[in-house]
Design a protein around this ligand. Structure first.
Ligand code: ATP
Length: 294
């Protein structure tokens, strides 16, 4: 079985407050993009009859990713294997295309793909809602990744309202070679006075009206207030996008990924060619909005 696991960007991200449990109340507009990992699920052949019951192995085409319980794909499979006492063996192979720890939900989307795959593969009969409840135990972005497409995400990210996916915008995505800790960004945000909150109401209205001219105007991410002062490369990449024809540009999640939205594909392609030679971006992708599954 082969499953596509799509990356996400935030068209909008606002932090409404800090909760008693330490998490933050969020209001986000999430968008899947066509950039994806490919997850292969295969029954694992027994090695000399010695492999353990319910064994799960993970392999991956990149070296800097754990292939044990540290991998969210493994944890997703283990969660269902334990609950349903599955004794078969499973090999998970991850063809990793989504940059890691980049604000693109790479781990969450792999976990979501494995939950769906194991559910189908072993005929567990779990509904979308059942999968989302289990996915939330693995990460706040997993319920959205199970659904994909365009959605408003509230709470810690688990209260989802699907929206129509806008058509006709091209995404130029740039990932600088810098490390950002999501935990530290949220902690730092608690220490500052937020200068301005994004206008998510206008953003949602523009999406509802499929107004591709207006959507880029209302992109906004409150976490830029923490990450950009620490990493000026992000501001440089946003400026690059705007001066090369993007209609809007934003950091995704807690960073460091930056994307530009282009109304005209040829303009985006020209900017992509230039950005490929720009040292500010370690990885560059020309991609687009991905509609919801099904
Ligand atoms: P977050 O906002 O939760 O930090 P992110 O989208 O910025 O997520 P991810 O690519 O999900 O970043 O990686 C976050 C962490 O999750 C990394 O430290 C990585 O080692 C770990 N991780 C575990 N499993 C995976 C996986 N299958 N793909 C990517 N990262 C994984």
């Amino acid at each position: 079985m082969e499953i596509e696991a799509y990356a996400k960007i935030n068209l909008g991200l606002d932090v409404l407050g800090r909760r008693e449990d330490g998490y933050h109340d969020l209001s986000m507009v999430m968008q899947s993009i066509s950039l994806c990992d490919i997850i292969h699920l295969e029954p694992l052949p027994e090695v000399n009859g010695s492999s353990e019951e319910g064994e799960i192995t993970v392999s991956c085409n990149v070296r800097n990713l754990p292939c044990d319980e540290g991998n969210l794909a493994y944890r997703a499979a283990r969660l269902l294997f334990s609950e349903f006492a599955i004794t078969d063996h499973l090999a998970i192979d991850i063809e990793k295309n989504i940059p890691i720890a980049a604000g693109l939900a790479g781990g969450s989307t792999d976990a979501a793909a494995v939950l769906k795959g194991v559910n189908e593969f072993f005929g567990l009969g779990l509904s979308d809602e059942d999968l989302a409840q289990r996915g939330l135990k693995l990460g706040a972005d997993v319920p959205f990744c199970l659904m994909g497409g365009t959605a408003v995400a509230e709470g810690v990210g688990e209260i989802l309202t699907p929206m129509m996916t806008p058509e006709g915008l091209t995404v130029l995505l740039a990932v600088p070679d810098i490390q950002v800790s999501t935990k530290e960004v949220y902690e730092a945000l608690d220490q500052i006075q937020i200068a301005s909150h994004p206008d998510l109401d206008h953003l949602k209205a523009a999406i509802d009206m499929d107004d591709t001219g207006c959507i880029p105007e209302f992109l906004g991410n409150v976490l830029e207030e923490v990450t950009i002062p620490r990493h000026p490369e992000i501001a440089m990449l946003k400026r690059f996008m705007m001066s090369n024809g993007a209609a809007g540009a934003l950091m995704s999640g807690s960073g460091p990924s930056v994307y530009g939205l282009f109304v005209d594909y040829d303009t985006a392609e020209r900017a992509y060619e230039v950005l490929l030679c720009d040292a500010a971006a370690d990885k560059v992708f020309l991609t687009g909005f991905q509609p919801a599954f099904g």
